[in-house]
Design a protein around this ligand. Structure first.
Ligand code: BGC
Length: 370
């Protein structure tokens, strides 16, 4: 026993010395194959490029090599990506599903091959084949968006326009649930009047909604996470609304890409005198919109934390251990052990402190920083 301990200490010392020497030469350890594959939904949204970049940086820093594949908005492509990773012999797949329910088939195929599945940011639904979920506090995302609108409203009868994400994304429901929890009492007390969803008006007396009720509202106000859909929807809403429904308005926009499209449409309407619009993701283009006063706020989700948690979970799963979980999310079939990280409201007042001084972005990426 004693001998074994000495052997262990000696090995550790040699390892430490080797690491220090490598450090002296300022050389990174040679990238070793990391039996992990990463599948992200699309390259067409800056949000997922943020994730790709942070994965890339963090994997390099850890001396790992892993493949990152994009599904380009297609569940079929996503399945092909997962199959390619299965045939390459990965042990863990980190996947952000394009469509939460459709991704179950890919997850099940991976599980059959003995691979562990980490659901990343979006939950894979209606299957047992999910080992772990790494996410942000998505209820807080919706709640902070709504709180911003509430904090900027006074009096009664303020026009409220609601927009949501894609119904195929479980997060769209969670964001909406978080927002509804904050907005509903303010609709009930007359602060806000919903202008663009008859389903939401029909349900405005209910403090909490079932998933089916949420689906009915989302069906009327979905942007499908698509800029053009968001723009067309906003323009159609504005055409249908009267001048009396406009003036100073409040807009729940689900993320930054759709917020910019919706904001542009509202800004172009001559009867809209002022608007408050939410967002999320702290995309660079939206940070610039916030500095320029064209978008009111964003919810900053520090992707570095998500990536760090996902890599730590993958390492644990490869070692046959259970990744650290704090709570769980029900995916319609099972409770998936999960870890979630906090999110931060960012507007013009704290944009510099939250995103530049924190080292997340560089000042040179923007003009007119406050
Ligand atoms: C993510 C958001 C993103 C949206 C659209 C959601 O699942 O959580 O960060 O903006 O999808 O891609």
């Amino acid at each position: 026993m004693f001998c074994k301990n000495w052997l262990l200490i000696l090995t550790t010392l040699l390892l430490v010395a080797a690491t220090l020497l490598a450090g002296c030469n300022d050389k990174k350890p040679a990238a070793s194959k990391f039996a992990v594959g990463i599948v992200l939904p699309t390259k067409d949204e800056p949000r997922w490029i943020q994730d790709e970049t942070r994965f890339h940086d963090m994997l390099i820093a850890a001396g790992y090599e892993a493949e990152i594949l994009f599904s380009q908005g297609s569940s079929a492509k996503e399945k092909e990506n997962v199959e390619a990773l299965i045939s390459k012999g990965v042990k863990v797949i980190i996947i952000c599903p394009q469509d939460g329910t459709a991704a179950a088939a890919a997850a099940e195929a991976a599980r059959k091959a003995g691979i562990k599945i980490i659901s990343y940011d979006r939950l894979i639904r209606d299957t047992e084949a999910v080992d772990y979920y790494v996410t942000f506090d998505s209820i807080a995302v919706g709640a902070q968006q709504a709180q911003y609108l509430v904090d900027n409203a006074s009096g009664t009868g303020n026009p409220l326009y609601l927009y949501a994400g894609a119904a195929s994304d479980n997060n769209a429901f969670i964001f909406f649930e978080g927002a509804w929890g904050v907005l509903q009492p303010k609709i009930a007390d007359g602060t806000f009047v919903i202008k663009n969803s008859a389903e939401a008006v029909g349900l405005q007396g209910k403090a909490t909604l079932t998933r089916d009720e949420q689906a009915k509202i989302i069906g009327q106000i979905t942007t499908n996470w698509d800029f053009n859909t968001a723009k067309n929807l906003a323009e159609a809403t504005l055409t249908a609304a009267t001048a009396a429904d406009k003036g100073k308005v409040y807009i729940l926009a689900p993320n930054d890409g759709t917020a910019r499209a919706i904001a542009d449409a509202f800004a172009a309407d001559k009867d809209v005198t002022q608007y408050f619009v939410s967002g999320q993701d702290a995309e660079k283009a939206s940070v610039q919109y916030i500095i320029d006063g064209k978008q009111s706020m964003t919810v900053f989700k520090d992707v570095r934390t998500l990536v760090k948690d996902a890599i730590a979970a993958a390492v644990a799963l490869i070692e046959g251990k259970a990744p650290a979980a704090r709570g769980s999310y029900n995916n319609g079939k099972i409770d998936v052990p999960a870890i979630q990280s906090a999110v931060v409201t960012v507007d013009k007042a704290n944009v510099k402190a939250a995103l530049i001084d924190s080292g997340y972005y560089e000042a040179g990426d923007f003009t007119g920083l406050p």
